[in-house]
Design a protein around this ligand. Sequence first.
Ligand SMILES: Nc1ncnc2c1ncn2[C@@H]1O[C@H](COP(=O)(O)OP(=O)(O)OP(=O)(O)O)[C@@H](O)[C@H]1O
Ligand SMILES: [Mg+2]
Length: 411
Amino acid sequence: MHITHLSLTNFRNYGRLELTLPQGPVLLYGNNAQGKTNLLEAVYYLATTRSPHADNDAQLLNWTAAQAEEPVIVGRLNATVVTARQTQTLEMRLIQEQKANYNRTRNFSFRREALLDRRKVRLMDLLGAMRVVLFLPEDVQLLTGSPANRRRYMDITLCQIDPVYCRTLSNYNKVLEQRNATLRQLAEGQPVRDVLPIYTDKLVELGSAIFLRRAAFVADISRETQRIHYESLTNGQESIKLVYLPRLSGKKSKIAPREKQSPAVLADWLETHQGQSELVSERFARLLQESLAIDIARGATTVGPHRDDWSFQLNGRSLGSFGSRGQQRTAILALKMGEINWMEAVTGERPILLLDEVVAELDENRRAALLNSVTETTQAILTATDPGMFTEPFLQQATRMKVENGRIIVM
Ligand SMILES: Nc1ncnc2c1ncn2[C@@H]1O[C@H](COP(=O)(O)OP(=O)(O)OP(=O)(O)O)[C@@H](O)[C@H]1O
Ligand SMILES: [Mg+2]
């Protein structure tokens, strides 16, 4: 799939942009702070409804526009996306409204709207219409950072290809909040014991589906990542594995013998029990039952997919804790290339690649492997401060665009 046209209004440092995009590699180059990363962010945001950078969506609105004394300020992102089956337009609106109070202080509210083919849809319905794989230099933090980052990675990647998963996840999070609120009320002595099983049953049903889907996902992407890492990136020297670590066991759980309860063993168990959700539900339900006293004391559900994790392992050791910086980078590169192939295998189409300054960090062999994958893709948008780091044959294939202070000049 590929984008044929991208239009931005009041998004970051783009006041107004109308950009026609060709197929093949597109190289965005320019000095620092001109808008290269912002453009990739815009594409990623349309595809996933999330920003990889901003902690708050209102930050995406152009500063100058957002400061204007107008009652409504709208940021707009719009892309025309062509797939093998159809052409669609995706649009996202960032709407900031302000009201002046009687004491002249201003009151802001912010909301988002999504449109698919000009019809308003839920944000979630935008997912899957355009699929992207984003690769940033800071992605190494996936290995060294918090489990929340790693769960977010799984969720965003899976949501792009599996709307059912995405809905299940969103419902799970709602039920989890309700259950946690009930746990806290119980701790305070309120008479809510009758409501708890309603939330628990729902949590079990939704949570089991999430455990199963994630186990299958990690197993699939691990196979592809391992193959690329071994064959193309380390010349058969090293073999890594992606291991799903489901929170489907408690510290003192008696559900099964100790050795059968390590997260990695449970991940294998989940993978071999695809389609047998009753068994998984049963296990999750028993675990929640066992954890009830702790959960009430903490006012939070301590087991379940919201506490999942995954790790990269090399010879049984976690790369996040023991790998060298170079090994970690290579693993992430393999993961991203694995993600591309996995998405293509699942959907029949290669996703759009977004690569922010990553080429500069790779050695010659790894750079060649990545650029090879880029040229096999329908569309890839790459950024660099200096096009000189690319090989001549690559530059000949790529469309070059210069980014200058929120404007794009096609060379
Ligand atoms: N909401 C916003 N409104 C206006 N400008 C913004 C907004 N958010 C960020 N910017 C500015 O946009 C400019 C371009 O940022 P961007 O990260 O895209 O640069 P870049 O071209 O990728 O640079 P580098 O080579 O340093 O990575 C920065 O100066 C940044 O401060
Ligand atoms: Mg940048």
